[in-house]
Design a protein around this ligand. Structure first.
Ligand SMILES: Nc1ncnc2c1ncn2[C@@H]1O[C@H](COP(=O)(O)OP(=O)(O)OP(=O)(O)O)[C@@H](O)[C@H]1O
Length: 291
């Protein structure tokens, strides 16, 4: 497909036969690592697609490709039907507000010398139509939306708890009303009770704003809570993808089965019961209690 081509009623994100190889080491000891090897995936509007797999399986590389932060060696990336592959950095910049990311460690991802207002407002830098008052109004609104009242506007990251900092990270991501939000282990650096609050917030925001999440995670209990569909990666390849309940209850691939069985906190949903994220059947007992 050619760059910039569109199609109607397409998924929010389409990854088509993506490949990415890294060269590791130098000289005669140099070798190639196939970080992402022929991976195709789609993400529909208002849904969550989780990508799981052991460390080094290629999840982060796939997320960076999806965000067009890294060029693929081969394959296509389509956002709302537009092919982003091969676009110049300048052309790509126009799509940046539509693709946002929430990072694992909120403190690492927030500039320490900026206030919450500046951090969230930075996402709006392309909105030249906004005057200072309107920009501030949007920032106040989104911070309230994530549970931070106006007094947080002037706070610096070091004046925030982990959960509050992650709320600022989420506000920064959603203030542009993005088509795609990549959640890169957004709760794994947080305390368990805070984790549950952030998950509940992400779930609520998705329902209200029809957000589409590509969710990278190690925590299968959390995946079961948040994801409609789950893709399992191993050594750069997609070994299985499907509805989350099916992946967890009736995995077809041996590796998926091993992964699910090795995660003690993931329980099977009761027979005959439809997966319902709101009931949080599969979420760990501790997270469920806190929700
Ligand atoms: N910039 C890079 N240069 C060289 N090799 C890389 C680079 N980025 C990733 N890799 C390699 O690609 C493979 C996939 O890495 P990736 O970080 O995508 O996996 P992951 O599943 O996200 O792992 P983790 O869960 O530990 O974050 C690994 O073998 C990794 O060492």
């Amino acid at each position: 497909m050619s760059a910039g081509q569109t199609s109607r009623q397409s998924p929010v994100l389409e990854l088509h036969r993506l490949r990415k190889t890294f060269k590791v080491g130098r000289g005669p000891k140099a070798r190639k690592v196939r970080a992402v090897d022929d991976v195709s995936l789609t993400l529909d509007k208002g849904t969550t697609l989780a990508v799981v797999g052991e460390s080094g399986s290629g999840k982060t590389t796939l997320a960076r490709l999806a965000m067009s932060l890294l060029p693929p060696d081969d394959g296509d990336i389509l956002l709302n039907g537009r092919n982003l592959t091969g676009l110049s950095p300048r052309a790509l910049a126009r799509f940046r507000p539509s693709m946002q990311m929430v990072f694992q460690d909120p403190f690492d991802s927030l500039a320490p010398w900026h206030t919450a207002e500046q951090i969230v407002g930075s996402s709006l830098h392309l909105r030249r139509d906004l005057g200072p008052a309107e920009r501030r109004r949007l920032v106040v609104e989104v911070l309230e939306r994530v549970g931070l009242p106006q007094r947080f506007l002037s706070r610096y990251p070091h004046e925030l708890s982990g959960g509050q900092a992650q709320r600022v990270g989420i506000a920064r991501a959603i203030v542009t009303r993005p088509s795609l939000v990549v959640l890169d282990e957004p709760t794994s650096a947080l305390d368990m009770s805070v984790q549950a609050q952030i998950l509940a917030l992400l779930h609520e925001l998705q329902n209200e704003e029809q957000l589409s999440y590509l969710f990278i995670s190690h925590d299968l209990a959390v995946v079961r809570y948040l994801a409609d569909r789950t893709a399992v990666m191993r050594r750069g390849q997609m070994v299985e993808v499907g509805d989350t309940a099916k992946i967890f209850d009736r995995p077809e691939n041996d590796y998926t089965r091993e992964l699910v069985e090795a995660s003690p906190r993931v329980t099977a949903a009761p027979a005959g019961r439809q997966p319902d994220r709101a009931r949080a059947d599969g979420v760990s007992h501790r997270v469920r209690k806190a929700l």
